[in-house]
Design a protein around this ligand. Structure first.
Ligand code: C2E
Ligand code: MG
Ligand code: MG
Length: 585
């Protein structure tokens, strides 16, 4: 799809939130929830799948074209043969005429010639006529076959081979017809862009054949939800578009969208698996949201992306401000590519302190992006986008390498930093080769793994618990520490605290900053209690006031971090802090 205003692309994976794809075996009653790796759609895999699909289509079309060409050639041969026979017949007729003339001229031989001619020409003419007839029948049959092949070829050019639904080309055609009709009759047209949530996870975990069958099942269900004159088309991958050519008002479209979402909620039984899949839908209307095919498709796609951002399994009408955001997002994405290439990221370090002694126990490495005007862009402005487009993987690798390298330099300079904490996003954590990357960085920088702590959020742990357990155990075996960041803001399931090897709980700053209120104090006390009973270190984040320090000390919270002790600073400044800390202790 050619887009003037850059909209979020499918092959740039969108940001997944929670897990709403559940896969369970139909026979055993047990259900396994498959939480999905953060935006686990590596651009490469989606692109490869699409390109394989299009190669298949192209090959198929090429075969068809060749077949049609063969048929046409056969038909041409037969026509040529027919023409030869006609010529032969004409020659015979000419010969008959010549002989007849001769017979008339030669009265003496007339009777004889007539007899000879009659017998000869009659037999030859009959034979020629018969051959002519056979050739004509064959030519007709060939023409029919060629026509059928042509028809099949044009059907294939307009339909999706997997689901049999109209494809993008036919949808575009129908959409332009609908727009023309709506223009004449003062009607509206609704376009819905649909994307299956976390479909990739099903493909990855159960295989492409199951994925394909699920897509077929989804296609059937979508078709069953709409009217005969509506169009359900497959755009490729797990993206579908529904065209409602005649709607009177917005609500007509939202009602159908709601119906599609509800219908999709029923499980799809594929090869003994009961698969739950949800839909995110974006809706654009003609003429309100665009007057041209391209604009309507692009805006529906943008709205669908927004539906994903809002939590998936939802529909979202397009609004013009979405385009402004999409453009801004695109600008950040470009800046991230540029920054990676030109090394424009920088790490800041914020101290963690022992709340009793005030001594530095470690630092958290926090990324910033250096802008052209030399101002720093905070992570809140770009980490989410980097996660969505997959760039967080190379960025995260750079962060870990730089943090380990810097820590090793400080240690070698005699500055005891304790531990360096590095934030790890779910997408990185669940990416292939994550552990291999950690090992390689430790080996390359020479940092003792005991000095490295990885900060993960509850969301990371809740995804694919089996894989999570095995990664965490490998990290533990390596000697790397694990901290649970922003504790209390996630799924709040305490069972994983026992299940996973977690060394540190970081109380989210929202609770610490609410210490003055009743609930804040109660929650902070509860987390400190949990940490103590599980023998985990507890770090209170976002400490800004003496009152908060006093409360935390009264509750025996071990460590703290916040502006009260020091803001995140550049490496040189942090080295000075470390040196001063060493002098004080
Ligand atoms: P976080 O890991 O919870 O980091 C703590 C954030 O709280 C930091 O914001 C820090 O500057 C801020 N903070 C610390 N003390 C105080 C305080 O007393 N008051 C207030 N209001 N804020 C305080 P920052 O650096 O903007 O980072 C925001 C988030 O971005 C981080 O939250 C983390 O989730 C993410 N992030 C930062 N660096 C990275 C990174 O390298 N990789 C990944 N994946 N995420 C990162
Ligand atoms: Mg953190
Ligand atoms: Mg935090």
């Amino acid at each position: 799809m050619n887009k003037n205003v850059p909209a979020p692309r499918k092959n740039i994976s969108r940001r997944p939130i929670g897990a709403n794809v559940k896969v369970r075996s139909a026979t055993p009653a047990t259900m396994v929830s498959l939480s999905v790796a953060e935006a686990s759609v590596p651009a490469g895999e989606q692109a490869v799948a699409r390109s394989a699909e299009s190669v298949f289509m192209r090959e198929n079309s090429a075969d068809r074209r060749e077949e049609v060409a063969d048929r046409r050639e056969d038909a041409a041969d037969l026509r040529e043969e027919t023409a030869d026979l006609r010529e032969e017949t004409a020659d015979l007729r000419e010969e008959v005429a010549t002989l007849r003339d001769k017979a008339i001229r030669d009265n003496e031989d007339a009777a004889y010639a007539k007899a000879v001619l009659g017998a000869r020409t009659e037999a030859q003419l009959r034979e020629a006529n018969e051959r002519l007839l056979v050739a004509m029948v064959n030519a007709q049959a060939m023409t029919v076959t060629a026509e059928q092949a042509t028809e099949k070829m044009s059907y294939m050019a307009e339909h999706d081979f997997l689901t049999g639904l109209p494809n993008r080309a036919l949808l575009t055609d129908r959409l332009s017809q609908s727009i023309a009709f709506a223009l004449r009759h003062g009607k509206k047209v609704a376009l819905m862009y649909l994307d299956l949530d976390h479909f990739k996870h099903i493909n990855d975990s159960l295989g492409h054949e199951v994925g394909d069958q699920l897509l077929q099942s989804v296609a059937k269900r979508l078709q069953a939800c709409v009217r005969l004159y509506d169009t359900v088309s497959r755009q490729g991958g797990d993206e579908f578009v529904v065209l409602l050519p005649e709607v009177d008002e917005r609500q007509d479209a939202t009602l159908i969208a709601q119906k599609l979402i509800e219908t999709m909620a029923q499980p799809h039984v594929v090869r003994g698996h009961s698969l739950h899949v949800t839909l995110s839908i974006g809706i654009s209307l003609y003429p309100d949201d665009g007057k041209e095919v391209e604009t309507l498709v692009r805006n529906a796609d943008t709205a669908m992306y927004q539906a994903k951002k809002n939590g998936r399994n939802k529909y979202q009408m397009f609004t013009p401000d979405m385009n402004i955001r999409a453009v801004a997002r695109q600008a950040v994405e470009q800046a991230l590519y540029h920054a990676l290439e030109h090394r424009e990221f920088v790490l800041y370090y914020q101290p963690k302190v022992n709340l009793e002694t005030g001594a530095i126990t470690g630092a958290e490495a926090l990324i910033r992006l250096k802008r052209a005007d030399r101002r720093l862009l905070p992570p809140a402005k770009f980490v989410g986008i980097a996660e969505e487009c997959g760039l967080i993987i190379p960025i995260g690798r750079w962060v870990m390498h730089e943090a380990c390298r810097q820590t090793q330099t400080w240690l070698q300079a005699g500055l005891d930093i304790g531990q360096i904490a590095v934030n790890v996003s779910a997408r990185e954590f669940h990416s292939n080769e994550y552990i291999a990357g950690v090992r390689a960085i430790l080996a390359d920088t020479g940092l003792d793994p005991r000095h490295l702590e990885l900060e993960v959020t509850e969301g990371v742990l809740m995804q694919d618990t089996e894989q999570t357990t095995s990664i965490l155990c490998e990290l533990k075996d390596l000697g790397v520490q694990i901290a649970l960041d922003d504790f209390g803001t996630g799924y709040s399931s305490l069972s994983y605290l026992r299940r996973f090897p977690i060394n540190t709980l970081k109380i989210d700053q929202s609770f610490v900053q609410d210490i003055d209120g009743e609930t804040g104090e109660a929650l902070v006390s509860a987390v400190i209690g949990i940490g103590a009973s599980l023998k985990q270190r507890v770090v209170a984040e976002g400490i800004e006031t003496q009152q908060q320090v006093d409360f935390l000390q009264s509750r025996h919270c071990g460590e703290g971090q916040g502006y009260f002790y020091g803001r995140p600073v550049a490496a040189e400044e942090f080295a000075a802090m470390l040196a001063a800390d060493a002098c004080n202790s």
